[in-house]
Design a binder for this molecule. Structure first.
Ligand code: ASP
Length: 588
C-alpha cells in the first residue's frame, strides 16, 4: 500500500511514530510561516504541517498545492500544542510534521467546494457526481447503504434463503409501470424488456424447488419520477414456498427491524409493528401508506351531512361511493388565507373540486359555508370532529378515492405546518386486506398489486357480481409514511391464474403469448408460495434522513430521468441502428 495509515485513525497514541498518508487536499492554510493542509480520504481528515526550516525543498512545493490535489506525505506524528487540539476531528489531537511529499495527481479547480455541497445546485452535483461523492455527506450515506446491503445479506442467508440472481433481459412483467425495452440485434424487430421486478422469475424459482430465495435486485420502471422514485432502483426481493401470509410477514419484518436496530437510534412507536387493514387506513388517514408518527384522523360526517343545506355536501352523497369527510387541525384557525389557498391547490391537483373549511376563531367560526348550513349542523360537525376554538376543519366531499387522496394530503400538510410529527420514533406498520382489483376510468378492472397475487378464495366466488369487493392476500409494509414494499401470497393454480387474467381482460390468446410460461410452469407441480419486496434505496433514504433517494444513490438519474454525468440517454450511431434494423421516424 502507498500508505501506512488512513486519514481518520491517528491519535495521540501514535505520537512520535513515522507514518505515510495518502489523500486529497481538503484545505490549505498558510500562517505563522507554516503551511497547514487537511488531507482527506474516506476515513477522515488529518492535519499535516510543513515547516520551512525542517523541509526546505518540499516547503516550496507545498506552496503550490491546491485543493483536491492527491498527495502522499511521510512524516512524524506530533501531538498538537495544548489549546490547538480540535475535539471535533477524530484526529484532532495530532498533526503530521511532513518530511517527504509526493504529488500523486493535480486537480483543476473543482466546480464546487467539496466540503460544502449543501448550497450547490443539484444538476452540477450530478454532472460531477465523482466529485460530489467525495463530500462527507455522500461518503456517510453510501457507507450506510453498504451496511444495509450487508445486513440484508446476512439476515436472509440466516433465514435459509439462497441468493439467486435473475436476468435483466427478460419478457415484460407487469407491476403497473411502463417498461424499458431493449432491441435484439439477433432477432430484429424483437425486444427484451428490463424487469420491473423479478416477480415471475422468483416464482419460477419456487416451482424449481429452491424453497427460499432472496436477491438484491435491480428493477426498472419507466414512470414519472418523484423524490422517492428512480427509473432504476434496488429491491430486496424475497420468495418462499409452503407458507402463509404471516410467515412472509415475520421474515420481512425481522429484516427491517434488524436494519433499524443497527442503523437508527429511534425506537418503534407502539414498541412493535402494528397492523391495519387497507379499509381502516384509507378511511382514517386517507392513504394506504399513512404516516402514523402523528394522528390527525379523518372523520366521516356523511351521515350528518344528509340534508345539511350545503349543496356540495348533499350532492357528493348522491355519487357512487360518495362521502363527506373532515379532518380537524388543532391550531388551524391560525392559518392564513394564502396558506389555505396553497392547500386548496394541492387538493385540486388530487382531483378535488375545492377545499371547504371552517376556521374556529376566537371571535367565532369563520367560513364561506356557514350561510348555507341548516340550523344545528355546525354544532353536529363540532361534536363529530371535536373541533374547538382555535382549530380548523377541512372537508372533502366527493367520491371515496378523491376524498381520501385530498384529505390524506391535507393531513400531511397540517402535520408539517404545525410540527405534529414525532421524529423521535419510527412508525412501522403492515397494511393488509387490499382490494384485489381497482376500477379504471373506463370501468374496466386492473390489479391493485400485480396479476400473480392470490385473491381471498372465499370472496373469489363473487368475482363476477361484485369484483371490487374481493380482497387479495396482499400486504404492504409502511415506514414513517413511505411504502417500503409489497408482497402477497401468489396464485399457484393455473386455472385460478387464468381466471384472474380473464377478469383483467386478458384474452386466452394473450394469456398464452404473454404469460404462457407461468401457466405452463404451474401445470408441473407448483408449491403454494408467497413473497415480498422492499425498496432498499427508500430504506436508506429514511435512515439517512434525506428528502430524496438521489442523495443515497451512488449514480442517480435526475428528476427528468437523465444521467447528467454520462449524458445518457443519447443517440446511438446510425450504424448501430442499422444493425438493429431500427429507423427513427420521429413522433408516431
Ligand atoms: N414484485 C412485487 C413488487 O415489485 C413485490 C412482490 O410481490 O414480491 O412490488
Amino acid at each position: 500500500m502507498l500508505r501506512t495509515h488512513t486519514c481518520g485513525e491517528l491519535t495521540a497514541k501514535n505520537a512520535d511514530t513515522s507514518v505515510t498518508l495518502c489523500g486529497w487536499v481538503n484545505t490549505r492554510r498558510d500562517h505563522g510561516g507554516l503551511i497547514f493542509l487537511d488531507v482527506r480520504d474516506r476515513y477522515g481528515l488529518t492535519q499535516v504541517v510543513f515547516h520551512p526550516e525542517t523541509a526546505k525543498e518540499i516547503f516550496a512545493i507545498a506552496e503550490t498545492i491546491r485543493p483536491e490535489w492527491v498527495i502522499q506525505i511521510t512524516g512524524k506524528v506530533t501531538k498538537r500544542l495544548a489549546g490547538t487540539e480540535n475535539p471535533k476531528m477524530a484526529t484532532g489531537e495530532i498533526e503530521i510534521s511532513v518530511e517527504k511529499l509526493e504529488i500523486l495527481s493535480r486537480a483543476k479547480t473543482p466546480p464546487f467546494e467539496i466540503d460544502n455541497t449543501v448550497a450547490v445546485n443539484e444538476e452540477l452535483r450530478l454532472q460531477y457526481r465523482y466529485l460530489d461523492l467525495r463530500s462527507a455527506k455522500m461518503q456517510k450515506n453510501l457507507a450506510l447503504r453498504s451496511k444495509v446491503f450487508q445486513l440484508i445479506r446476512s439476515y436472509f442467508t440466516a433465514q435459509g434463503c439462497l441468493e439467486i440472481d435473475t436476468p435483466c433481459l427478460i419478457k415484460g412483467t407487469p407491476e403497473g409501470a411502463r417498461e424499458y425495452v431493449v432491441p435484439s440485434r439477433v432477432y430484429p424487430g424483437n425486444f427484451f424488456v428490463l424487469p420491473q421486478s423479478p416477480q415471475q422469475l422468483k416464482q419460477l424459482c419456487m416451482v424449481g424447488g429452491l424453497d427460499r430465495y432472496f436477491q438484491i435486485a435491480r428493477c426498472f420502471r419507466d414512470e414519472d419520477l418523484r423524490g422517492d422514485r428512480q427509473p432504476e432502483f434496488l429491491q430486496l426481493d424475497f420468495e418462499m414456498s409452503f407458507c402463509e401470509q404471516a410467515d412472509v410477514q415475520t421474515i420481512i419484518q425481522g429484516s427491517i427491524e434488524s436494519i433499524l436496530k443497527e442503523c437508527s437510534p429511534k425506537k418503534l412507536k407502539w414498541g412493535k409493528v402494528e397492523t391495519f387493514t387497507w379499509q381502516h387506513v384509507m378511511d382514517t388517514y386517507g392513504s394506504d401508506k399513512p404516516d402514523l408518527r402523528f394522528d390527525l384522523p379523518i372523520v366521516d360526517v356523511s351521515a350528518i351531512s344528509k340534508g345539511c343545506g350545503f349543496k356540495v355536501f348533499e350532492d357528493a352523497l348522491t355519487l357512487k361511493n360518495g362521502v363527506v369527510r373532515a379532518v380537524c387541525v388543532p391550531g388551524g384557525a391560525a392559518l392564513s388565507r394564502s396558506e389555505i389557498d396553497t392547500w386548496t391547490a394541492l387538493a385540486r391537483e388530487l382531483k378535488a373540486k375545492g377545499l371547504a373549511y371552517i376556521l374556529f376563531k376566537e371571535e367565532g367560526p369563520q367560513s364561506p359555508l356557514l350561510k348555507f348550513f341548516k340550523e344545528g349542523f355546525l354544532e353536529q360537525l363540532q361534536k363529530a370532529t371535536g373541533a374547538k376554538t382555535g382549530d380548523a376543519l377541512f372537508f372533502g366531499a366527493d367520491k371515496f378515492k378523491i376524498v381520501c387522496a385530498s384529505l390524506g394530503r391535507i393531513r400531511l400538510e397540517a402535520a408539517k405546518r404545525f410540527n405534529l410529527i414525532d421524529t423521535t420514533t419510527h412508525a412501522l406498520l403492515w397494511v393488509t386486506e387490499f382490494p384485489m382489483f381497482e376500477e379504471n376510468d373506463d370501468g374496466s378492472l386492473t390489479f391493485s398489486h400485480h396479476p400473480f397475487t392470490s385473491p381471498n378464495t372465499e370472496e373469489w366466488k363473487r368475482r363476477k357480481e361484485e369484483p371490487l369487493t374481493v380482497h387479495s392476500i396482499c400486504y404492504d409494509l409502511v415506514l414513517d409514511g413511505y411504502e417500503l414494499g409489497s408482497g402477497s401470497i401468489r396464485i399457484h393454480d393455473p386455472v385460478l391464474q387464468s381466471e384472474v387474467f380473464e377478469m383483467l381482460g386478458i384474452s386466452p390468446d394473450d394469456q398464452k403469448k404473454r404469460f404462457g410460461h407461468m401457466l405452463e410452469a404451474f401445470s408441473y407441480g407448483a408449491p403454494p408460495h408467497g413473497g415480498f419486496a422492499y425498496g432498499i434505496d427508500r430504506v436508506v433514504m429514511i435512515l439517512a434522513g434525506e428528502p430524496n433517494i438521489r442523495e443515497v444513490t451512488p449514480f442517480p438519474k435526475d428528476q427528468k430521468a437523465k444521467d447528467l454525468m454520462l449524458g445518457a440517454p443519447s443517440p446511438v450511431p446510425a450504424e448501430q441502428l442499422r444493425e438493429l434494423e431500427i429507423s427513427i421516424v420521429g413522433k408516431v
